[in-house]
Design a protein around this ligand. Sequence first.
Ligand code: GLU
Length: 905
Amino acid sequence: MLLVPFVLLLFSSYVFGQDEAAEGPIIGGIFYKNSDDLKVALEVGAKTFNFRTSIKEVSARGDVLGISKYVCELAEEGVIGIIDGTGGRASENIQALCDMLELPHVSIQHNDLYNDDWSVLNMQPSPSAYNMVLEELILHKEWRNFTVLYIKDYSMMRVSELLHLGNKTHPYVVSVRELSGDDYREVLIDAKHNGYTNFVVDCPSRNLEQLLLHAQQVGMMTDEHSYIFVSPDLFTLDMSRYRYGGVNMTGLRMVELNKTDNEKLWNFTMTFNQETGKTLEAEELKTQLLLVHDAVEIFAAAIKKVHVEAEQLSCENYKAWDYGSTLLNFMKTNKVDGITRSLIFNGLGDRTDVTFDILELTPAGNQTIGAWKNNRLIMDRPIVADAEIAQEPALRNKTLKVLIAISPPYGYYKLSHEKLEGNDRYEGFTIDIIDRLSQILGFNYEFEEEKDYGSLGENGWTGMCLALREDKADLAICDFTMTAERQMGIDFSTPFMTLGIGILYKQPSKQPPEMFSFMAVFSKEVWYYMVLIQVALGVTMIFVGHISYKEWQNPVPCIESPEELNNQFSFANSVWLIIGSVMQQGSEIAPIALAPRMITSVWWFFTMVMVASYVGTLVAFLIVEKNVMPFKTVEELYNHKSISYGAKKKGSTKQFFEESTSPIYQGMFKKMTRNGWLVGDNDVGVLKAETQQYAFFMESTSLEYYKERHCDLLQVGGLLDSKSYGIGMKKQSPYKKYIDDALLHMKERGEIEKMKNIWWKEKRGGGKCGEKHDEEQKQLGMKNMLGAFVVLGVGSLIGLFISIIDMLWGVFKRSVKYSTTFRYELVEELKFVIKFRGNIKPVKRNQKKSIEGSFEALAKAEGKDDIRSLHSIRSTETHRTHHSHSSRHSSRSLSVAFAKRRSYS
Ligand code: GLU
């Protein structure tokens, strides 16, 4: 036992004052064994503020006994307080003992189990502070939905309030995902498949690196994804590998990195590095280390204000430290500025009033974009500098002449009631691209219009190509197709868009449904299978009906002992039963034995599904009028008599037809030029397509744009080729490399795609037509109906199986009854079934009785079980009935005459 009982109330030798600094009071520390950095941080802090330390190491999480022992040991040593680096249940234990001993307990861990009764000083910002800042950040980001990712066994207290944003009163959709184990990829992939893009991540700083890595591995670090990290340690990590993916990462930082404002941080970093032999930068220090320093500082500031005398305490005597509560109160109320800024606590020891820097990861590195101060979010986002590209001096401050074309959506005249001048006159997709490039590369630009994109004609180069070649312009940007011919005269940047030639044509008029459109509900194969299955099932029913002994019934119920038994499963009856159910009419045939009943039920189920599917879809087929395209391919268009077609007069599309070796395209080109079907501009072609019988060949990008605005137009067929748009410049242009780099950068970050969406779908009448729905009704094919067929198949097989059991059971009973062998009866039964001579089965009986024909005698004989088995009557004569068909049976084979009526009744 380590406790020393007799030390009760023994005054410490550590009575301290200003001049006893070297013999300063002891601060206790309890840390896990692997928390070396925290221990060093405590030593460094103690050294700075003239304390001595006594550090205890807990070997394992949950080592409750160990922890109690250490707290008591520290109490015996006369510590003035304990800095607790453990957390969770361990902290709970420390807290319980500290409460009893009235020793100040300072925790540096975020604590899941934290509760208001604890008289603990928690250096971590309180959960409510986190909740507030996170909520404000989400509002600022205008997220409408987000997913909380948290680590298993780690508290969600810091984000718990966010879950309320998912209440009905808020317009947010909040989902929660737990990250468990060491592999977070599965959860992340699942989130990705669900289309989640905004995340609030609450995980301890030790898991951050792993999480980021896994997110990158599963492709969740792209410009679509946005994260807010709760841990204030995000930006202590090396984030360079995530900088360029376009991901938006926001994090918090508690320390002030400015050296003049926070000298303590730099001193602490220096001493910490000296003690550990590390070479960490101040911004790389984990927040917890700094909190240990600040905890020591709080002790130092408090004992400056209040006189305390250390005392050796014993856990066994439940004696509290006389100065404990006074010291703790001073620690709570004393305003101190630590490394992690103002250390302000509320009465419960929570750090509610915290200052955070809000940081964001940008391609240029980590940037502070705002702050959380006095419980308010102040955002102050600087323009993101594309640092690395911007360093290139080649284009900086140069003014480039850029050729553009007024061709929607690549270039428009700006709509304004004022007279605009210079570059202000234009807007559009390519204008935005140049603007962004100029931001990245630092050049100025001047636009000039040019209608002709340029080609190599008989008189040499024309249009934009000529201007670039003659240095009259530096760049040319529009829907400038990169062609081999142009490439001979000028250079192109890396492509910024890919496309192909498509056909624009107006929606064809609707045609009324055809006469037999009711047949189109099911695909052909479904109809075939339906017929086939009915035939197959008819045969199955006959078979099953014949081998199920209960189906052999007395045809004349008033005759107790009939001459023959009847089976209702004749071919006609079976087919009638089956067809009756398909038509939902039923029939009078009612199966008796289990197997036919089972098969009939499955069949009814099948017909119910089929009929419901048919009826459900039929209406749509009967009323929907179909678009009937007069042509579906270029070949059909070429062969069409009354539809004309064309392309832009001066452009790569016309050139495609001109240079094509295909006889169809050649023929088309001839017709276009000969008949004057070529047009001056895309606008003209679109108008013609809308108002005449005219198909316009245009580039898919432009086609998409016009389709969005002219709802009666559509693209027919696929694309005829594949090519790209690039920025034109003269051969060997010194700008090419930089423009290429910047364009690639923009593409990787999805900026071009975003611009495209804006100019195609939003601005200038975009989104007018909404999603065009394919009105074509979906025919129900085997894919849709397979389930019903499978159920039927399986059900029938089970029925078949039962009927075989049924038959075997009947055979067995007979063999017992007539003392024959099972095998013999089985062979006889099978012979009867296989021969299949009808639905009548004669009843075998004793000749004598038959001749007498007396019911009484028969009853008597039956009473004595006088009707013998086949085996026994083989030697006797067969009874011949007076009925012609039954006599047919009897005469054909004696072997079939074995059934005994009683067994069926
Ligand atoms: N993009 C084409 C060109 O660069 C113009 C449009 C067209 O020919 O369809 O010439």
